[in-house]
Write a protein that binds this ligand. Structure first.
Ligand SMILES: [Zn+2]
Length: 184
């Protein structure tokens, strides 16, 4: 009985798709009448790919989606790494510009940092990006990469944090709106 079950279970996917000979189909259906275990297996198979089977699609379609999803996940991870690098780069650049005439660009750069921050950290960007901002700004101050005092470093970090939070809020609202749209 056990050997018979394992043969039948191997055949079930083909049996489901009508891809077995008439004799084999007869053999499988005879076995199914007597064996609740194999019937359960068949029901489970139908549950998983039932819709595909009804629509006449082969189960291969669902299998071929897997490498694609894997690729998407890998790409997503690479985009995260890229966004993370850009966050650090833009914070560094923005803070370096604080002492110069490009200062005003920060009102644009910092919200963009916030948007990238939301992409990488989701809502945790609310505190993670400001902490990152503080650490980088303090490092710039400590190594005197830009001529800027300690009080100014803290002050500008605070102001930039507000701009960053505006960016996070914009990204959040945008994300929220898209999700809402998807649910309709
Ligand atoms: Zn069986």
């Amino acid at each position: 009985m056990k050997t018979e079950c394992s043969i039948v279970k191997d055949l079930l996917p083909l049996y489901m798709e009508d891809m077995v000979s008439r004799e084999t189909a007869q053999y499988v259906s005879d076995h199914l009448k007597e064996c609740p275990e194999c019937r359960a297996e068949l029901a489970e198979l139908k549950g998983g790919t039932g819709l595909a089977a009804i629509e006449g699609k082969s189960t291969l379609d669902t299998n071929s989606a897997k490498p694609f999803q894997k690729m998407m996940r890998r790409m997503n991870r690479q985009f995260h790494m890229l966004a993370y690098s850009l966050i650090i780069f833009f914070i560094f650049l923005g803070f370096a510009w604080t002492a110069g005439e490009n200062l005003m660009y920060n009102s644009l750069i910092m919200p963009i940092v916030g948007v990238f921050g939301y992409y990488v950290f989701k809502w945790k960007a609310v505190y993670k990006v400001p902490v990152l901002l503080l650490l980088i700004d303090l490092a710039v101050f400590a190594f005197q990469l830009v001529e800027i005092g300690f009080a100014d470093t803290i002050g500008w970090t605070f102001i930039y944090s507000i701009f960053v939070l505006v960016g996070v809020a914009i990204a959040f609202l945008f994300h929220y709106a898209i999700k809402k749209e998807d649910q309709k």
